[in-house]
Design a protein around this ligand. Structure first.
Ligand SMILES: Cc1cc2nc3c(=O)[nH]c(=O)nc-3n(C[C@H](O)[C@H](O)[C@H](O)COP(=O)(O)OP(=O)(O)OC[C@H]3O[C@@H](n4cnc5c(N)ncnc54)[C@H](O)[C@@H]3O)c2cc1C
Length: 654
């Protein structure tokens, strides 16, 4: 792009983003809060104890922000120890050290304390500047008003119903998803303003830029993918306004209507067995015999769920997700052998749904309040939304539970042979300094693929299994805009963009809870949510994830910003949107290690349960046990909690 293009997009404008893009500077938000006592030398050195430390308001590059991953990558590359400072023994001894302050790590602390004693001494070590892991809060103050978005995990929902353990923890935290959904989620606001879903067809993929409003069935943004409950005439009318050829339009209508049984004479189970072993792309092209021009329209419909497009997802899983084309095939409800975890769960019913304005960051904040009461004011799951965490209180000398941020664990070692070990030594790096603490046990609630580097003494078969679990890369951007009159003019609330850099753009979903109020007037500023799952269609899923991860880590904030400005300018052009004037703030949450890997029937062997990489990988090793959603080979809040419970139980010998 030329300099004048950049100026038109507003790349030279000062907004809340690049100034803080290195994640080093923290926007002041908590400077008036009382400080934690800084009695020991470590407390004085910790960034989280600095005045004004409040990561949720940091903008620019978030998620895996600069400073959070370098030590781990250097460990992976074998360069860490040659350049590391001599570890300093802090003299601290804990009952339990937990690696990773995501929902799994925080839950592990909760279960351990509940099952051992309130006075149990626990240290949680986290490499990011904030706790929550993927449960990340993006906090903005636009026009002086608090506005929140999820930087990572959004929904309390799951393909399977919550276990008594996970449900029990939500209840303990005061979260009642069905009641909250009914009481606090506002599903009527955008509808009352006449806003609908749309598809943006981009020039590079479809020959011209065109926004087509009124996706039949509401599109696939808010209501979930694969809306099929619409008539052929709606689809015909919608598609007539698109740049798609008459043949492609005809075939999409046929797929959406789904009247055809493409496998006559087979039973439901036989059909499912076949659909399980072919991609949805193959189903469309080779079974339903659509024109190849249909593919770009559907290609990215599975990315939000699995991080790859329809080339790498079984047709049967797409049926369970609600994608069209199967209605005439007489497939009976319920899962079938070989389906992926999510698809099988959706086919069998799935759980309730609710989301806080900052997504599941509210769960992480409630857990921290439960563990370190002084750090988080308030008492209810409703007031947590506007509570301001005092980070200076998270790691206080003498407190039973301590949460240490900006610290990457680089070694976890049983002090004697695993079978007889009574203690574990944990080494972590904070900036250029390296520290060592001891504990009677350690739960690794971190990303499982880092564990072979932390515990090089693990059996080779376990390390190999842990390496198998390639996490799914994802990017969520939060963009603050001055007002949303252009959305009203265009009559849209969410846009699916099958060919653009960002696959989905939507207005923040309104939730009013506690003192938090979502914007209701189109003249007010609002937050937009944009998402992208980088991948490389045509390759096996795990290869696609690795390429996507590389893409994420090698893209600068400036490059992300340019794609955001360009795409919004083109999508919202006819609504009068001016990216240079209308964008107030940008945060890019990049997750090179996002969703936990879920086995894919197209590429993974059909292992017996006890031979699955996640099961081999999570085996207890002396006084070290393993949690995180990775160890369930899934990516959901309930499994993060369930795996924490299992890891703590193993450590306690239960
Ligand atoms: C973009 C995105 C959207 C999602 N949306 C949903 C959703 O809507 N609903 C849902 O249920 N789930 C969702 N998920 C899945 C989510 O991963 C899980 O629900 C859950 O939050 C995972 O929790 P966890 O504690 O297992 O892992 P994480 O949240 O990943 O926490 C692990 C923590 O360990 C830290 N760590 C790693 N290595 C080290 C080390 N060496 N030293 C110290 N710390 C370390 C990591 O940095 C991380 O903070 C989403 C995930 C992503 C990425």
């Amino acid at each position: 792009m030329s300099d004048s293009d950049d100026r038109r997009l507003g790349m030279d404008r000062v907004i809340t983003r690049r100034d803080f893009m290195n994640g080093a500077a923290m926007v002041i938000g908590a400077s008036l809060l009382p400080r934690a006592p800084e009695s020991d030398s470590f407390n004085r050195q910790k960034p989280q104890n600095k005045s004004g430390y409040y990561p949720p308001t940091s903008t620019g590059m978030r998620g895996s922000h600069p400073g959070s991953f370098e030590a781990a990558h250097s460990l992976r590359d074998g360069t860490f120890w040659s350049s590391a400072a001599e570890p300093v023994n802090t003299g601290e001894v804990y009952d339990l050290v937990i690696v990773g302050a995501g929902i799994s790590g925080l839950s592990a602390a909760y279960f351990f304390r509940e099952r051992i004693a309130k006075s149990a001494r626990v240290l949680i070590v986290e490499n990011h500047d904030d706790f929550g892991g993927h449960a990340k809060r993006n906090e903005f103050h636009l026009g002086g008003k608090l506005q929140l978005l999820n930087g990572g995990t959004l929904l309390i929902d799951s393909p399977t119903t919550y276990s008594p353990v996970a449900d029990g923890l939500l209840k303990k935290l005061g979260i009642n998803p069905p009641r909250f959904e009914q009481k606090f989620a506002d599903h009527t606001l955008y509808r009352s303003l006449g806003l609908r879903s749309a598809v943006f067809f981009d020039k590079d993929t479809f020959g011209e830029d065109r926004l087509v409003v009124g996706t039949p069935g509401g599109g696939w943004s808010e209501e979930g993918p694969g809306q099929t409950k619409t008539s052929e005439s709606h689809w015909r009318e919608f598609l007539k306004r698109t740049p798609l050829s008459p043949q492609v339009q005809h075939d999409i209508v046929r797929i959406q209507a789904g009247k055809v049984d493409y496998m006559p004479g087979l039973s439901s189970m036989e059909k499912k067995a076949r659909l399980c072993k072919m991609s949805y792309r193959d189903f469309l092209l080779n079974v339903a015999k659509t024109d190849p021009g249909v593919i770009p329209f559907y290609q990215r419909r599975t990315e939000g769920e699995w991080g790859v497009g329809i080339d790498a997802e079984p047709a049967l899983d797409c049926w369970a997700l609600g994608l069209p084309g199967f209605q005439g095939m007489g497939l009976k409800p319920g899962s079938a052998p070989h389906m992926s975890y999510s698809a099988a769960g959706y086919a069998n019913g799935s759980s309730y749904r609710f989301h806080f304005p900052d997504g599941n960051a509210s769960i992480a904040r409630l857990l921290v309040r439960e563990l370190i009461t002084d750090a988080v004011p308030g008492h209810t799951a409703e007031d947590i939304v506007t509570a301001q965490v005092d980070y200076g209180h998270l790691d206080v000398e003498g407190a039973p539970i301590r949460l240490r941020l900006n610290s990457t664990v680089v070694r976890v070692q049983n002090i004697s042979p695993p079978a007889s070990a009574k203690e574990v030594e944990i080494t972590y790096a904070t900036g250029k300094q390296v520290f060592r603490v001891r504990a009677k046990g350690c739960v690794l609630a971190c990303w499982n693929m880092v564990i072979p580097y932390l515990c090089p003494d693990l059996p080779e078969s376990q390390k190999e299994a842990l390496h198998y679990l390639v996490k799914v890369p994802l990017i969520y951007a939060s963009v603050g805009i001055r007002n949303w009159t252009c959305f009203q003019k265009l009559g849209i609330q969410s846009v699916s963009s099958p060919g653009s850099y960002w696959s989905d753009v939507s207005l923040n979903w309104p939730v009013n809870i506690g003192d938090y109020r979502s914007p209701t007037s189109t003249d007010e500023p609002i937050l937009l949510h944009l998402s992208r799952a980088p991948n490389k269609p045509g390759l096996p899923a795990r290869e696609q994830h690795k390429i996507g991860r590389y893409e994420i880590l090698s893209t600068s904030f400036e490059a992300f910003e340019r794609t955001i400005r360009d795409q919004l300018a083109r999508t919202l052009k006819d609504g009068g949107f001016d990216p240079a004037h209308d964008i107030e703030a940008i945060t890019v949450n990049r997750w090179p290690h996002g969703y936990g890997y879920e086995y894919n029937p197209l590429f993974d062997p059909d292992w017996p349960e006890d031979q699955r990489p996640n099961v081999i990988g999570r085996k207890q090793f002396g006084r070290i046990t393993i949690a995180n959603t990775d160890s369930a080979a899934t990516a959901y809040t309930d499994t993060a909690i369930d795996q924490a419970y299992r890891a703590v139980s193993e450590l306690m010998g239960i």
